[in-house]
Design a protein around this ligand. Structure first.
Ligand code: RIB
Length: 290
């Protein structure tokens, strides 16, 4: 039941606005908050809160933001293999509008200097599932995936933010999670289902669909909820999914669990602050089944 996450850690600067400003426009915010975030950290917290023994490999600066990330990881019981590098901790500037939609600008900072050590590769090799995203160097993502593949650790790649991926990296991926835009970009004119043995496309308010080679598609609709902030919902989905995959649950069950976790997260503000615990997800699933 162990999940290793290799990825980014940011501190998010979140502005709440009536509507996302258009180019050249200035708008006044009606709320501001600082929250822990970064796709890697969000996924690590989501996996840990969903019940996995989670460890997180990341790079931070020697600064106050780095200290708050370390403190947050401790609070969530996440085993951190976090190195301090010569760059500021990653930050993100996020505008969230009144419908819960966002735009995000990431300054990678320390995340751009994340490299793997032989100890990291050993940790990856002894885990059940490796989770990766794309806010760190592609060479680090590829090296982690290769180490996992060699050891039989399952590789879950969340291809966000959108970027080109080398075929050799995709060949090491067992489960690819994309949104519709990322899927269309990576598949080009081909079929997104051909990109990995299991491809999961997240559909926002419509839920998610999983396409596994040789099996029927699994589609899980999302419940109707009042969304206040979609920031980190995709990361919550991936971390919760990885936790259930590590437990050996079937794809259908994993998908239902991940959709429930993401649906809970959009009802709260912030990335890490909105990630639900295992008991909340289980209670939500039980209530929807009844
Ligand atoms: O996916 C949401 C995350 O994207 C935010 O927490 C922000 O830090 C960026 O990495």
């Amino acid at each position: 039941m162990s999940v290793v996450i290799v990825g980014s850690a940011n501190v998010d600067q979140v502005f709440r606005v009536a509507s996302i400003p258009a180019p050249g426009e200035t708008v006044l915010s009606h709320g501001f908050a600082t929250a822990l975030g970064g796709k890697g950290q969000n996924q690590a917290v989501a996996a840990a809160r969903a019940g996995a023994a989670a460890s997180f490999i990341a790079a931070l600066g020697d600064d106050a933001f780095g200290a708050s990330v370390r403190e947050g990881l401790r609070a969530d019981g996440i085993a951190a293999s976090v190195r301090t590098v010569d760059a500021p901790t990653g930050t993100a500037l996020i505008a969230v509008d009144d419908s819960g939609e966002n735009t995000i600008i990431v300054e990678a900072g320390a995340n751009a200097l994340l490299e793997l050590t032989p100890d990291d590769e050993a940790a990856i090799a002894s885990a059940d599932v490796l989770v990766l995203q794309l806010e760190i160097p592609l060479a680090t993502v590829a090296r982690a995936a290769r180490a996992a593949r060699a050891a039989g650790t399952r590789v879950l790649l969340n291809a966000a933010p959108i970027r080109e991926l080398p075929a050799e990296l995709l060949a090491d991926v067992d489960i690819l999670v994309v949104n519709e835009t990322e899927g269309a970009f990576l598949a080009r004119s081909g079929d997104v289902a051909d990109l990995a043995p299991v491809v999961i496309v997240t559909l926002g308010a419509a839920g998610a669909v999983a396409q596994e080679r040789g099996a029927a598609d699994v589609r899980v609709p999302a419940p109707t909820v009042t969304a206040v902030d979609a920031t980190g919902a995709g990361d919550t989905f991936c971390g919760a999914l990885a936790a259930r995959i590590a437990e050996g649950a079937g794809l259908d069950e994993c998908l239902r669990f991940a959709v429930a976790a993401a649906s809970l997260s959009v009802q709260e503000h912030g990335a890490v602050p909105s990630i639900p615990s295992r008991s909340r997800i289980d209670a939500w699933l039980a209530a929807s089944a009844g």
